[in-house]
Design a protein around this ligand. Structure first.
Ligand code: PLP
Length: 428
């Protein structure tokens, strides 16, 4: 059993009043709060260990380098990567996805161009072959966060390629038959959310990865909403890439990761250029460093990486199954209690879902509802949650979203639901 009271003591930020009411923090899908151990780890780094890494021969530099590389190993173990060099530290999910979209852009174009020089430009019947750039297709789903949509969209649009989109049903469940059909259209990359940040749907990524691999297509999993809440095993999933943000898993802001299978990371070209990622440099030519440094140009956020390691260790000390169970109970209780509100419509009703609930209430703008319950101490998120196409799909301007973390309690669910009920009465 989780001892929630003990856990909450590690999160001083939760123990405060806003507008004279105890804070009920239910905006965990946006960012989680940080436990004392994480804050102290980052602080201690700056108090006693701060140094630039990899380059110094002196004591502090070596100590900081060791600590940074230890953090990489801890993250690798946490998601069961085969090797630490398969973990690239980034600023977070968004940067990881931009890295992949940019790197794949260069990789795919050079592959397609080399085909152009070797393949005949004319088909056997003398007609020009399909322009190679039109083969530049990327497959995403209709429930992606903008971070897993815009980088790919911009990448294909720069080359007159195409973004293929897997549709979903009214409950927020992906259509796997359509997914299979779209795979046959020959996307070069598939990039899918593990868990939707709007709908809470847990996508069947393992099955989707196996399907994509039958067509030889690599798969990126956006794990921004899954890593804090469910155990992740990248080898079991067999994903080619897995991206995540530290700040959504109790770690500091400004740090996150990109896992990639070594054979893919070896093939892909670097994303940013500068110090650290090079091997030799002359005015004529540069050769690049080995993994993972090839993808880590410039001075990294060492303090935050150590904070991320501590957040991982914090999670590892807990029974993750109990965490899943606790968050699922919070969710079930919230859904049950909200259900008797007149005119409520849940957005996202998949059978397999994670700890967040999105909804609208007839005749009430989500923003108004969010503003009123904020005055009652309840922090939820309102709006399109950086997933405008999801709003368009459901024909709504936005939702109210409450998202749970391991430190939330049943009492908080009660306070939240009562606040929503009260606000709905006031706004009608
Ligand atoms: N992907 C998903 C599913 C998300 O929920 C988020 C953030 O909410 C992101 C990507 C972007 O994460 P970040 O802003 O930490 O880069």
């Amino acid at each position: 059993m989780l001892n929630i009271n003990e856990i909450r003591k590690q999160f001083p930020v939760l123990d405060q009043q806003v507008y004279g009411k105890p804070l009920v923090y239910l905006d965990n899908a946006a960012t989680t709060q940080k436990p004392l151990c994480v804050i102290e780890r980052e602080r201690d780094y700056y108090l006693y260990e701060n140094c630039n890494i990899h380059r110094g021969v002196h004591y502090l530099s070596q100590k900081a380098t060791e600590a940074y590389e230890h953090a990489r190993q801890t993250v690798a173990d946490f998601i069961h990567a085969k090797e630490a060099r398969e973990i690239i530290f980034t600023r977070g999910t968004t940067e990881s996805l931009n890295l992949l979209a940019t790197s794949f852009e260069h990789f795919l174009l050079s592959t397609l161009n080399s085909q152009l020089t070797t393949d005949s430009k004319l088909s056997t019947d003398g007609e020009p072959v399909e322009p190679l750039n039109s083969q530049l297709k990327v497959l995403v789903t209709s429930m992606e966060h903008h971070s897993n949509l815009v980088p790919w969209q911009q990448m294909v649009q720069r080359h007159h390629g195409q973004l293929l989109v897997v549709p979903m049903d009214d409950k927020g469940v992906l259509d796997l038959e359509q997914f299979e059909k779209l795979l046959k259209e020959g996307p070069k990359v598939v990039s899918i959310a593990h868990i939707s940040n709007v709908l809470g749907t847990i996508n069947p990524v393992k099955e989707m990865i196996a399907m994509a691999h039958q067509y030889g297509i690599p798969v990126v999993v956006d794990g921004a909403q899954s890593i804090a809440h469910h155990p992740i095993d990248v080898q079991d999933l067999d994903c080619d890439f897995f991206v995540f943000s530290g700040h959504k898993m109790y770690a500091p802001m400004g740090i996150g990761g990109l896992y990639g299978k070594a054979e893919w990371l070896e093939k892909l070209p670097p994303y940013q250029f500068g110090g650290e990622m090079v091997d030799t440099v002359s005015f004529e030519k540069t050769t690049f460093n080995v993994l993972p440094y090839k993808f880590e140009a410039g001075t990294p956020n060492v303090g935050a990486a150590l904070g991320l390691e501590t957040a991982v260790q914090f999670l590892q000390k807990l029974d993750r199954k109990e965490v899943e169970k606790h968050e699922s109970q919070l969710l079930q209780s919230a859904i049950e209690k909200l259900s008797d509100i007149d005119g409520i419509r849940f957005i996202g009703e998949a059978e397999h879902r994670s700890g967040l609930v999105s909804f609208i209430i007839d005749g009430i703008h989500p923003y108004d509802l969010g503003t009123i319950i904020d005055k009652m101490g309840v922090a939820v998120r309102t709006g399109h949650h950086c997933a405008e196409p999801v709003m368009t799909r459901f024909g709504i301007p936005g939702t109210v979203r409450a998202s749970f973390a391991l430190y939330n309690t049943m009492e908080e669910v009660e306070v939240f639901v009562n606040a929503v009920k009260k606000a709905a009465m006031m706004l009608r």
